[in-house]
Design a protein around this ligand. Structure first.
Ligand code: NAD
Ligand code: LMR
Length: 360
């Protein structure tokens, strides 16, 4: 039997000993390479925008938070709600995308959630049940929006605000009054989100025309409730013509798309998933505009001079400062002109209701 040379044996023992007694960790802590919270590489965060979602634990808030965590333009994502944000934040923070996620729970943490934000998205508030109108949500949601906007005025007065909470036709005027009172109102930074109406219109029109919905663009103007939702089918892209029957069907379906979902959910809320998709589509447009991309045009409910009403949804051009231009309505046909008059009658009442609530 041949013996191992002594030198081999001692090398093997040295290797085992090194394994049992690894490289001195204290030494590493003393040099600048050690992994401690204070010198973790994620400290500076990825370049990008800081976004807060208020109402982040809700039916819209959760998928919206998840989709914003995927958005490469977002570096910091603050999730605020009055319930359940620790769980939602822990869950979403494990996604291996660039944005750093932080959770904030309850009113005491609201201002911290907002400090330094570039964009604030608000889906906080109660949703409809079958048989209710969006205006039936006013009594609860008006107060919620007022409180949240007061905090925005204090903590991030220059942020772009995307307001989703219903009734949008009244909550946007409430937000404007709150910001005016705080001396921070910049009409170009307050946008009521009507993107879901456009998303629905694109989908339903594409179905009728037999096209891919991604190739269809339907301007939807007015407001975000029933007859105030006015699709301009004469301006559909690609240019298309419709029979009177198709126009009736499409207008009715687009105006009542929200109710279609409320009834199908049968008491379990209103649109959440398609709304989260629409909200991210809109927020992404706002962030690309903030970054300096040119030619970004979307529909939104904003402070406007397009009609005699103080707020109106129409196509707007987005830029670094938010809304940089409100585009004219363009030529309307008789059917659309008639629809516009009906929409304005209802809108004026909703705007006034919001303004007088906020001024009380
Ligand atoms: P939801 O009840 O599932 O979630 C709402 C969330 O808001 C909840 O997590 C709740 O805790 C939170 N909340 C309540 N009060 C709050 C406060 N003071 N501060 C922060 N968070 C608060 O409702 P949802 O389905 O997510 O809908 C939310 C709102 O969005 C509703 O008003 C609904 O009508 C509206 N909505 C608008 C559109 C649109 O196109 N603009 C589309 C769909 C829904
Ligand atoms: C929608 O259009 O789906 C939302 O406004 C929710 C609702 O109440 O219809």
């Amino acid at each position: 039997m041949s013996m191992q040379p002594n030198s081999d044996a001692s090398e093997r023992i040295a290797r085992i000993a090194a394994h049992l007694n690894p490289h001195n960790l204290n030494m590493e802590e003393n040099d600048s390479c050690s992994l401690m919270g204070s010198n973790c590489r994620s400290k500076g965060g990825a370049p990008g925008f800081k976004v807060a979602i208020l109402g982040a634990a809700g039916g819209i808030g959760q998928p919206l938070s998840m989709l914003m965590k995927i958005n490469p333009l977002v570096s910091v994502l603050h999730l605020y709600d009055v319930v359940n944000t620790p769980g939602v934040t822990a869950d979403i923070s494990h996604m291996d995308t660039g944005a750093v996620v932080r959770g904030f729970l309850g009113q005491k943490q609201l201002e911290d959630a907002l400090i330094g934000m570039d964009l604030v998205i608000i889906p906080a508030g109660v949703p409809r049940k079958p048989g209710m109108t969006r205006d039936d949500l006013f009594n609860i949601n008006a107060g919620i929006v007022k409180t949240l906007c007061e905090a925005i005025a204090k903590s991030c007065p220059k942020a772009i605000v995307n307001l989703i909470s219903n009734p949008v036709n009244s909550t946007v005027p409430i937000a404007a009054e709150v910001f005016k009172r705080a001396g921070t109102y910049d009409p170009s930074r307050l946008l009521g989100v009507t993107m879901l109406d456009v998303v629905r219109a694109n989908t339903f029109v594409a179905e009728v025309l037999g096209l891919d919905p991604r190739e269809v663009n339907v301007p939807v103007v007015g407001g975000h409730a029933g007859i105030t939702i006015l699709p301009l089918l004469s301006q559909v892209k690609p240019p298309s013509s419709f029979t009177p029957k198709e126009i009736e069907y499409l207008t009715d379906r687009i105006q009542n798309g929200g109710t279609e979902v409320v009834e199908a959910k049968a008491g379990a809320g209103s649109a959440t998933l398609s709304m989260a998709y629409a909200a991210v589509k809109f927020a992404d447009a706002c962030l690309r505009a903030l970054r300096g991309d040119a030619g970004i045009i979307e529909c939104a409910y904003v402070d406007s001079k397009v009609t005699e009403l103080p707020f109106f949804a129409s196509k707007v051009r987005l830029g670094r400062g938010g809304v940089e231009e409100i585009l004219p309505l363009g030529p309307l046909n008789d059917y659309e002109r008639e629809g516009l008059e009906k929409a304005k009658k209802e809108l004026v009442v909703s705007v006034e209701k919001g303004v007088s609530f906020a001024r009380k």
